[in-house]
Design a protein around this ligand. Structure first.
Ligand SMILES: Nc1ncnc2c1ncn2[C@@H]1O[C@H](COP(=O)(O)OP(=O)(O)O)[C@@H](O)[C@H]1O
Ligand SMILES: O=P(O)(O)OC[C@H](O)CO
Length: 502
């Protein structure tokens, strides 16, 4: 019997990956290319759109060629992507008018602060589930239209298109034939009304974004267009799309209300499925669309941390205290306590539950004995404490948590998983397939293809690789958490103090 091949394209913050899955959800082939991070100013983060495109195209082509070499064809493509990252391009030439402004970028912090004076954040939250923060796409679009010469005029004449990375890639893969997005990506823009499930005219007016710039919004399972034969060597339908955290929710089979996953890549994102009910957080978590499959929409509560693996990357690239990320495990376990060193990695502000775009990072408790081991351990622990803060917020919103399914590049690190179990005082489960984001995109495409009939059929496939159980004395746990709280308070205090000075 021949296999059904699905290619999942995962366009992440640091790399583009394409994975060939068979109908059982097994990984057969992976192609990956990293690309440059551009930091033009304090708090600014950009990507070159052509690099996003070239790396995404190259890995997808490689995956399609791998299938072709086996005498077969790819049945469908599923796309998943870094969310919120904003691209604006010319409809006629296909040329982006500016670099992609990345989700981590804080350049519109002042704009958000000013807007809060004239517009109720509560109203925005009721419509979009989100907060008024530079994280989301809307203020990034406004910035491009206001700062790139001639852009606003062209946008008003209907010459410019806006897309999150999914839209941009689909538009290019279909050679300009399909200008669409999916509902999960739309729900991260601050322009999409998640109650009415349509672009919100009042918000378009507020952020001064012409409606003609916006893509058509589809379910996560839909016909998104056909990727061109000229580009891929075979014409392949794009049948599934979701933002990466929502795709990971699908890949982790968190379909039941109350099920929860946490993904550790560049950032960390905790997503709790709340079923068809929308839950509004009282603790500054986001309400967002988990997925919409064949007309049924599930919502989620999400906690977003901007710096997780990025703290490890920063130690590798800026401090050069490690050569590769996996060394952090050896370093962290080489000492038997954190020795009082705490790292608050607010390198691009603080996300949930603080939402403070102006906060900046700090390391506390340095002594003559502090070296790479203490710093690496503090970086890993910071990811764990931030997760603790998110889960506390989730609990305070009345949602019970029984265990946590984890995934993403960082959870290859067993020390991190054990530390999560210890500090969260919770069972932490790591699945067999760690590429849950790509798997989720493949599942969505497979559902649309008719390869899978339902999410419950998919749920039966989830397999545990390892579980990590809490094994820390309560007093040590409490001491560590106290140290973290003091460090975060100091960072927030420092930010207030420096605000006073400017
Ligand atoms: N063994 C490890 N220990 C700690 N961090 C790791 C490890 N392996 C990868 N990472 C971190 O995980 C991130 C990569 O994860 P990935 O899921 O590929 O991210 P993204 O999708 O955001 O590009 C990097 O920031 C890297 O520093
Ligand atoms: O690229 P990742 O995996 O860090 O995910 C980025 C998120 O989608 C940002 O919201």
């Amino acid at each position: 019997m021949t296999s059904t091949y699905i290619v999942a394209l995962d366009q992440g913050t640091t790399s583009s990956r394409a994975i060939v899955f068979d109908e059982h959800g097994a990984i057969l082939f992976t192609a990956q290319q990293e690309f440059a991070q551009i930091y033009p100013a304090d708090g600014w983060v950009e990507h070159n759109p052509e690099e996003i495109w070239q790396t995404a195209l190259a890995v997808t082509k490689e995956a399609c060629d791998w299938v072709k070499e086996r005498g077969s064809t790819v049945a469908a493509i599923g796309i998943t992507n870094q969310r919120e990252t904003t691209l604006v391009w010319d409809k006629n030439t296909g040329e982006p008018v500016y670099n992609a402004i990345v989700w981590q970028d804080r350049r519109t912090a002042k704009f958000c602060r000013d807007l809060k004076q004239e517009y109720s954040e509560q109203d925005l939250q009721a419509r979009t589930g989100l907060l008024l923060d530079p994280y989301f796409s809307a203020t990034k679009i406004t910035w491009i239209l206001d700062n790139v010469a001639g852009a606003r005029e062209k946008a008003e004449q209907g010459e410019l298109l806006f897309g999150t990375v999914d839209s941009f890639l689909i538009w290019r893969l279909t050679e300009g034939k399909s200008f669409v997005t999916d509902i999960t990506n739309a729900s991260r823009t601050n322009l999409f009304n998640i109650v009415k499930k349509q672009w919100d005219d009042d918000l378009l007016a507020l952020f001064k974004v012409p409606a003609s710039m916006l893509p058509k919004v589809l379910d996560c399972t839909a016909d998104f267009g056909t990727a061109s034969e000229t580009l891929l060597g075979q014409a392949v339908p794009i049948l599934g799309v979701a933002g990466d955290q929502q795709a990971a929710t699908v890949g982790q089979c968190c379909f039941e209300p109350g099920s929860i996953k946490s993904t550790y890549g560049t950032g960390c994102f905790v997503v709790v499925n709340t079923g068809e009910t929308m839950v509004t957080s009282n603790n500054r978590l986001l309400t967002t669309v988990a997925y919409s499959i064949k007309g049924t929409t599930h919502y989620a509560v999400e906690g977003s941390i901007f710096v997780a693996g990025a703290a490890v990357q920063w130690m590798r690239d800026n401090l050069s205290i490690i050569d590769n990320a996996s060394e952090t495990q050896r370093l962290a376990q080489s000492i038997n306590s954190n020795q009082g060193v705490y790292f608050v990695p607010a390198l691009t502000g603080l996300g949930a539950p603080h939402w403070n775009p102006d906060a900046r990072g700090a390391i506390f408790g340095l002594t003559r004995a502090t070296g790479p081991a203490q710093l690496a351990r503090a970086a890993l622990e910071s990811v764990v404490y931030q997760t603790y803060d998110l889960l506390q917020a989730v609990r305070e919103d009345g949602i019970a948590i029984n265990n946590l399914r984890v995934d993403g590049g960082m959870v290859a690190n067993d020390w991190l998983n054990q530390c999560l179990a210890n500090i969260l005082n919770l069972e932490v489960d790591r699945p067999k397939v760690l590429e849950t984001t790509a798997l989720g995109a493949a599942y969505l495409a497979g559902l649309q293809l008719g390869l899978y009939q339902s999410t419950s059929e998919l749920a039966e496939r989830w397999q545990k690789d390892s579980e990590f159980l809490p094994a820390m004395e309560e007093t040590t746990r409490e001491q560590n958490l106290q140290g973290w709280r003091k460090a975060v308070d100091a960072v927030l205090g420092m930010h207030q103090a420096s605000n006073g000075l400017h």
